[in-house]
Design a binder for this molecule. Structure first.
Ligand SMILES: [Fe+2]
Length: 308
């Protein structure tokens, strides 16, 4: 089966085809998809007629063990009885559209903040694979930011400043910024996790900023200074030149690498139109790339100037 990539953005994102992923079992094609992920960080596959079981099986063939602690489990039971099959929808367990004051809706509105999946868990998410079943007539796109290109574009003094820093990620923090409060029990189940601010992605060797709305503070820094730096980095990384916007079609499967991208949902009339997607995310078991990076001589502080 021939697999080709067409780049959709000047920096990243490949349109991959023609291929029917549920029928892909051979190691050569799976390796070609992984190589495409290393290069493009986001791959778009149109016209994928996955059942949920086929979606789950393909994700494991491509990237191994699946994540089952994706945050929402703390506040609601999975609609499909399988925590590995993420319910990215505006529907309740009865299949009806959630009302505007529903707590589950308030929780999912957090997906409109820039984030990277499960960065508040240990292990976090590596590849997320989102499959579109029902799409509303207008809106509900997903935006992606290339955190490798954003890192590359930083001034040398900023690269030197941030090397070796570690960040605490917490979904309780990110949801609280929207006024959503977890109960004590929920918070207990979501204590957060600590990861390097700069990661080196295996195979490609590229460095990437690992930040998100879940990033609550920089370890060993005063909270205000840490939050200001995190906010500056997210603003830098989400400038338009680093962002691709995906407009969904039914049957699309988009795979993104959570280690080197951020994403966010865009608004739509979610109390009026159903939107239904399924997300499967693999476990990022870490390894050497999770260790803080040692700065190279070329990255050491130079002349004073703008940090971003
Ligand atoms: Fe997400």
């Amino acid at each position: 089966m021939g697999l080709m990539f067409k780049q959709l953005h000047s920096l990243f994102v490949g349109d991959a085809g023609p291929i029917e992923l549920r029928r892909v079992h051979d190691e050569d094609t799976l390796a070609a998809i992984r190589a495409g992920m290393d290069e493009y960080a986001v791959l778009v596959f149109h016209d994928q007629p996955f059942t949920d079981d086929e979606h789950l099986a393909f994700a494991q063939r491509l990237d191994g063990a699946l994540h089952t602690k994706l945050g929402s489990a703390a506040i609601q039971k999975n609609r499909f009885g399988n925590e590995a099959l993420g319910d990215i929808s505006n529907l309740g367990s009865d299949g009806e559209i959630l009302k505007s004051d529903d707590r589950r809706r308030a929780y999912t509105l957090g997906n409109r903040l820039w984030h990277t999946d499960a960065s508040f868990q240990d292990p976090p998410g590596r590849y997320s694979m989102l499959h579109a079943k029902v799409i509303p007539p207008v809106g509900a796109d997903t935006e992606y930011a290339d955190m490798r290109a954003a890192y590359d574009a930083l001034p040398a003094e900023t690269k030197a400043l941030i090397q070796g820093l570690r960040v605490h990620h917490s979904i309780a923090y990110s949801r609280q910024t929207l006024g959503f409060d977890f109960s004590k029990d929920e918070e207990e189940a979501l204590k957060g996790a600590v990861y390097p601010l700069v990661r080196t992605i295996p195979r490609s060797g590229r460095r990437a900023l690992y930040v998100a709305s879940h990033a609550s503070r920089i370890i060993d820094w005063p909270v205000p200074e840490g939050r200001l730096l995190l906010r500056d980095l997210i603003e830098h990384a989400t400038q338009r030149q680093f962002v691709y916007r995906h407009t969904w079609r039914v049957g699309d499967l988009v795979i993104w690498d959570n280690r080197c991208t951020m994403h966010r949902a865009t608004p739509f009339e979610d109390t009026k139109h159903p939107r239904e997607l399924r997300r499967v995310t693999t476990l990022d078991m870490g390894g050497p790339e999770m260790a803080p990076h040692t700065p190279q001589p070329s990255e050491r502080p130079g002349k004073a100037g703008s940090l971003l």
